[in-house]
Design a protein around this ligand. Structure first.
Ligand code: MG
Length: 367
């Protein structure tokens, strides 16, 4: 067997001798032979293949610990593992892209907010919550203010307290807007609420797992941050089209996503209210996103008491046709109750309206 010196092996694999020494120390690519007298490392030509794989994975940016896992796999599974790694990188990049967009916007334009200058938009809003036709209590909570919109749907014995607790935790964001990351602020408020909800179980023991869903939006300038967990929904009506911008965390939605049931079967599925995620005192797994608001946009946040009985078409037509947010929310709740009102129903409607240009807001305007 003819061994290669570390220099020759480095040239053949396009790895540096320094990198090869590191990989040796980590057990990733130990040399075939180390001269006991000189300490020189020598490599077997059969090691070239693994060394080249390591070099490629490093160029992909894969961490060394993960490369070690990949190298230990059967050759047929290596491609699969690289694909998994790469899809994770892309997902991470997408969320960092959103964060970067947020930072760029906040660093370039939002200084005006911090100095108390007028914002680009205002919101006109309404929140309504109704017990429905079948329930004895209303466990939903809904809130709308000039910066914050939220709907929460409580469950279990302390469900009403749980949904109120999450809204209460969010409300301080309305008056003291964080200077930094909006999503972070929302996430922290929800985490705080989760601790409160965890303590509610003891307040009303034996009445079922207490928890709540929440879907909330927080505005700053033209940017809005959205957090979501459970089966309340957020919709955007833009240019007459209705878009659902949250994804239900329900068993039925996951069956639908996997193509195991049809939309028709989902609508009547016996377990359609079974949640995969909620705020129940354990770790909270929130969906988070950032959106750009445009003048003319209309947002709807609603509990599942609306969407289980009122079709998307009726929701869209009501939001298109009823200009006043208060009336639109009332009309949607009427529709849910006309459909039997099987559950509590809450609706928050908010319109993005451009603010008139303030005289003197811009020193260079000359007007
Ligand atoms: Mg409900």
């Amino acid at each position: 067997m003819r061994l290669l010196s570390i220099g020759a092996f480095a040239r053949a694999t396009r790895l540096t001798p320094k990198a090869l020494r590191l990989y040796d120390e980590l057990g990733l690519l130990p040399p075939a032979f180390v001269d006991p007298a000189s300490g020189y490392r020598f490599y077997d030509p059969a090691q070239l293949e693994r060394a080249r794989l390591v070099a490629w994975l490093r160029r992909l940016g894969m961490p060394l610990a993960r490369i070690r896992v990949v190298c230990a796999l059967e050759p047929v599974r290596v491609a699969e593992e690289v694909a998994t790694y790469w899809s994770q990188v892309e997902a991470d990049t997408a969320s960092r892209r959103d964060l970067a967009a947020f930072l760029i916007a906040s660093l370039s334009g939002w200084n005006t907010d911090m100095t108390g200058a007028p914002e680009a938009f205002a919101i006109r809003y309404a929140a309504r919550s109704d017990i429905g036709r079948c329930r004895e209590t209303n466990q939903d909570s809904a809130y709308a203010g000039s910066r914050l919109l939220a709907v929460a749907d409580g469950m279990g014995g302390g469900g009403d307290l749980a949904s109120a607790a999450v809204i209460d935790a969010l409300k301080p964001l309305e008056t003291s807007l964080p200077a930094g990351d909006l999503l972070n602020a929302l996430e922290q408020a929800v985490a705080q609420a989760s601790a409160t909800v965890g303590g509610l179980e003891e307040a009303r023991p034996g009445s079922g797992q207490t928890g709540t869903t929440v879907t909330a939006m927080l505005w700053s300038g033209s940017q809005l941050a959205l957090v979501h967990i459970g089966d309340c929904r957020a919709y955007l009506l833009r240019d007459g089209e209705l878009f659902q911008i949250t994804h239900d965390h329900t068993v039925v939605q996951s069956l639908l996503d996997e193509g195991r049931i049809t939309a028709e079967e989902a609508a009547t599925h016996p377990q359609r209210s079974l949640l995969l995620r909620a705020i129940d005192g354990s770790a909270v797994e929130l969906d988070t996103s950032l959106h750009d608001a445009e003048p003319g946009d209309r947002y709807l946040l609603c509990s599942d008491g609306l969407t289980t009985v009122v079709s998307t078409e009726v929701i869209r037509d009501t939001l298109r046709g009823v200009a006043d947010p208060e009336q639109a929310a009332a009309r949607l709740i009427e529709a849910a109750n006309a459909g039997g009102g099987p559950d509590n129903v809450s609706c928050v409607v908010a319109d993005i309206i451009p603010l008139a240009r303030h005289v003197g807001a811009s020193p260079s305007s000359g007007r």
